[in-house]
Design a protein around this ligand. Structure first.
Ligand code: ATP
Ligand code: MG
Length: 560
């Protein structure tokens, strides 16, 4: 039985049953098999958490294997980003990183073996003819005229393909299964095709490349994978997966199980679409904090724990569904609410002058790092005659519901004194540029003793010292798409039509308390009364840069 408290799911139940029946000598081996053609996204995180999570709880192994059967698309940058993302999520693959291309020699031998058994043949139809002969759901397939080639002829032609003597598109190797099968993937699927391309792992050694559907089950078998977990779109391919394993001379018989993809609303989880967003400049990079990529979420301020918790809470099933973005945000909010140190940052500064505070007087006020967790200690916040508050926190007039500073009324400066607004200074346009206040020296850590005649304290607001605060830039993000399902478009439209043109808002006049000098990238804070923020990698001592991770409360309506 599973050893950790990870919630059960139908795959864990299958594994429990297999173990109870003594299958696979009690071994549990899984793999995560990304194609290195983009950065990983939140959907991949679900697959990673499932595969590595199962290996962890059953004392098994999980391999990281790059599915690099397509020599044209893969790139080193993607390989490195994928390794980094898996490790950042807190997982470690078993042994070395693997590549499907590691097995090209073996795969070639196994293909030759299929030819010798009469189970594979070289087809010389053009790619268009092959597609036409395959038929579709309503039209049965038609045998290729080359289907009856002899074993000798097939061996010789396959060798010619390998030796580069045939051109791209001139021939393919196909399995000989059943052109009448109701399952289209069994209509003599292609095993090898000619691609005269340099491969990033194998260089120019090969000019023929095995197809994914042939490579995948064999790579699983060669690695001794016991449970090959993939998304539902591969269900149709399972009979071929089993056919390959059954008809080749391999050491193990892995089984494939499918689960539903993770879909999130207001975003897209397709590497192809994410790549388009990057390539066409709709976002700045793969790790743009608006991207649902693991690296984007990381830069946005998500923690590995929050992503793991989220993946656990969406569960693993065979029912397709769209998960609300609010659920992902709730996971990081819960995590940061518990663990993020607090700080004060004023996003839209308005100067406040405390007239009865002596000119050069400075006090160091003590504030908790986390109000609910004493163990996190305290911080010092300097108080001076001039401070900044947020423009939103002041009004000349307001009703009682406005729990902030109003002319004539009092608020507490958080962790500090009670102040009363006595006057405002306006510019030529009539905009308020300064608030004049007085403070009550008796109110540090104490509520004013005599409220009578003074009016009620309206509330507590955050602030920073004007002379001591650090300038910073704060980037606030909105949904990247305006519609819950960006893939749904009008006639001839594209998902790009649904992009939110205002998904990034840069506030570059912000001021943060001086204790944050020298903060490292990826440090996360709760800016009190504002939300959760994370130091961007571009941040420097001269100009701190923060990304807003998420607000303090859910601000988006839930999906019905
Ligand atoms: P994309 O459509 O984004 O390119 P993919 O399935 O082609 O995704 P792969 O690199 O082939 O991407 O995926 C590696 C593994 O991650 C596969 O096992 C795949 O099933 C799984 N995976 C991909 N997307 C999701 C998703 N949205 N939810 C769960 N698992 C996913
Ligand atoms: Mg793919």
């Amino acid at each position: 039985m599973s050893e950790t408290k990870a919630p059960s799911n139908f795959i864990r139940q299958i594994i429990d049953r297999d173990l109870a029946e003594g299958k696979n000598d009690g071994r549990v081996v899984t793999r995560f098999p990304p194609e290195p053609n983009g950065y990983l996204h939140i959907g991949h995180a679900k697959s990673i958490c499932l595969n590595f999570g199962i290996a962890e709880s059953y004392n098994g192994n999980c391999n990281l294997r790059f599915d690099d059967t397509n020599p044209e698309k893969e790139e080193e940058e993607y390989i490195q980003s994928i390794e980094r993302d898996v490790q950042w999520l807190g997982f470690q693959w078993s042994g070395d990183v693997r590549f499907a291309s590691n097995y090209f020699d073996r795969l070639y031998e196994l293909a030759v073996g299929l030819i010798k058994k009469g189970l594979a043949y070289v087809d010389s139809l053009s790619p268009e003819q092959i597609a036409e002969y395959r038929g579709n759901f309503t039209t049965p397939g038609k045998d290729s005229p080359y289907r009856g080639r002899s074993v000798e002829e097939n061996l010789a032609l396959f060798e010619k393909m390998r030796a580069g003597e045939l051109d791209e598109g001139e021939a393919v190797l196909r399995a000989r299964i059943d052109m009448q099968s109701p399952n289209l993937t069994l209509r003599d699927p292609i095993l090898y095709r000619i691609r005269k391309k340099v491969h990033h792992q194998t260089g120019d050694k090969w000019v023929i490349y095995p197809m994914y559907d042939f490579t995948h089950p064999l790579s699983d078998a060669i690695e001794g994978v016991t449970h090959s977990l993939c998304t539902l779109e591969f269900e149709e391919h399972r009979p071929f997966y089993d056919w390959v394993v059954a008809n080749t001379d391999v050491e193990a018989a892995p089984r494939q199980y499918e689960f539903a993809r993770l879909n999130l609303n207001y975003t897209v989880t397709s590497k192809r679409k994410l790549k388009q967003l990057v390539d066409e400049g709709h976002v700045q990079s793969w790790d743009d904090p608006r991207m649902p990529t693991i690296s984007g979420l990381r830069r946005r301020g998500y923690t590995p724990a929050s992503i793991r918790t989220f993946c656990e809470s969406v569960g693993v099933s065979r029912a397709d569904s769209v998960v609300d973005m609010g659920m992902l945000e709730a996971a990081i909010r819960d995590d940061l609410n518990q663990h993020a140190p607090r700080a004060m940052c004023v996003l839209n500064p308005l100067k406040v002058v405390i007239e009865n505070w002596p000119e050069d007087h400075e006090e160091s006020l003590t504030a908790p790092v986390h109000p609910q967790n004493e163990a996190m200690g305290t911080r010092q916040v300097p108080m001076t005659r001039e401070v900044y508050i947020d423009r939103e926190d002041f009004r000349e007039e307001a009703n009682k519901k406005f729990k902030r500073l109003v002319l004539g009324d009092r608020v507490r400066l958080r962790y500090g004194y009670v102040v009363r607004a006595t006057d405002v200074v306006k510019d030529a346009d009539g905009d308020i540029v300064e608030v004049r206040c007085s403070y009550d020296p008796e109110t540090l850590g104490k509520n004013p003793e005599n409220d009578e005649g003074q009016g009620k304290l309206r509330g507590v607001i955050h602030w920073v010292s004007a002379s001591k605060a650090l300038p910073c830039e704060v980037r606030q993000y909105d949904r990247l798409f305006l519609t819950a399902n960006p893939n749904k478009t009008g006639e001839g439209g594209s998902f790009l039509d649904n992009i939110n043109p205002d998904s990034l808002r840069v506030l570059d006049q912000c001021l943060v308390e001086p204790g944050l000098r020298g903060v490292l990238a990826e440090t996360r804070y709760q800016f009190e009364r504002e939300g959760y923020f994370c130091v961007d990698p571009s941040s420097t001592d001269d100009k701190l840069v923060f990304n807003q991770t998420v607000g303090l409360r859910e601000s988006w309506p839930r999906q019905d």
